[in-house]
Design a protein around this ligand. Structure first.
Ligand SMILES: *[C@@H]1O[C@H](CO)[C@@H](O)[C@H](O)[C@H]1NC(C)=O
Ligand SMILES: *[C@@H]1O[C@H](CO)[C@@H](O)[C@H](O)[C@H]1NC(C)=O
Length: 286
């Protein structure tokens, strides 16, 4: 009996410790990110629970994950620049390095007060992008925090907003289309000015009298394979990684259809002016 309860205490302590370790690897900005530029315009606040980026006429700002990831289910809550955010771009993306890099992008294009933000998405494989899809949102992204997620595993890449999938990029390597699966990526975010193209294609410029512009981040959560010294934290450990084999179920497919029908404003796969010679191959296979 005694040894039995001793064992349960050990197990309970182990569970407590391991949940502590998992919790510690989520959320905290000090532990997970480095501020990479902006000369004081990016700030980690509330003991690491909140991060803010700001932009004024002289500079924007940005941060980068300490870890590199090779696959992950990565959630972040963002509250975008409120009020007149025209000309500003908040970029939130995964990217590897080099000319043949892979990249998975969310970019939030600001607007005049009350006019809709555009959520711009793209997927680069081996240095080649040109796979833009753009959406409006079904809520005001500047009023509250909302969750923006990447699910990136060997089967597909899924972009989600508050748990609703908005875009899927399937692994179609068997059809000759490259898929990001060999190059570890860092997670990056930055707030910068792109008044020459961001809002209504550049017609609406940034109103610098409203600066500084600020975007906020909280509740970072990564279930991810961390890449370090040439090996993955997942290779020795398949338990607790169900996201690695997850793909969109029927409900997810229906949600994507709903978003694409009601909120998609641009899809490279239907832009005949841009691709007069025919659409990229994944468009007809997806
Ligand atoms: C800004 O608002 C205008 C007018 O509603 C809209 O056409 C445009 O798509 C919106 N978003 C951006 C980023 O330009
Ligand atoms: C194994 O998976 C668990 C649960 O997801 C995680 O907490 C732990 O860090 C992983 N270990 C390694 C070596 O990746």
């Amino acid at each position: 009996m005694a040894s039995h309860s001793f064992a349960s205490i050990k197990i309970a302590t182990f569970l407590l410790l391991s949940s502590f370790l998992i919790a510690a690897s989520a959320g905290n900005f000090d532990q997970n990110f480095d501020i990479t530029w902006g000369d004081g315009r990016a700030k980690i606040l509330n003991n690491g629970a909140l991060l803010t980026l700001s932009l004024d006429k002289s500079s924007g700002s940005g941060f980068q994950s300490k870890n590199q990831y090779l696959f992950g289910k990565i959630d972040m809550q963002l509250k975008l620049v409120p009020g007149n955010s025209a000309g500003t771009v908040t970029a939130y993306y995964l990217s590897s390095q080099g000319s043949a890099h892979d990249e998975i992008d969310f970019e939030f294009l600001g607007n005049l007060s009350g006019d809709p933000y555009i959520v711009h998405t793209n997927v680069f494989t081996q240095g080649k992008g040109n796979r833009e899809q753009q959406f409006y949102l079904w809520f005001d992204p500047t009023k509250d925090f909302h969750t923006y997620s990447f699910l990136w595993n060997p089967l597909s890449i899924v972009f989600s907003v508050d748990g609703t999938p908005i875009r899927e990029f399937k692994n179609l390597e068997s059809k000759g289309i490259p898929f990001p699966k060999n190059q570890p990526m860092w997670l990056y975010s930055s707030l910068w000015d792109a008044e020459d193209w961001a809002t209504r294609g550049g017609l609406v410029k940034t109103d610098w009298t409203k600066a500084p512009f600020t975007a906020s981040y909280t509740n970072f959560n990564a279930q991810a394979c961390i890449w370090s010294s040439g090996s993955s934290s997942c290779s020795s450990n398949s338990s607790g990684n169900s996201w690695l084999t997850q793909s969109l179920d029927t409900t997810g497919q229906q949600r994507i259809k709903w978003v694409q029908k009601n909120y998609m404003i641009y899809n490279y796969c239907t832009d005949t002016k841009r691709f007069p010679q025919g659409f990229p191959p994944e468009c007809s296979l997806a």
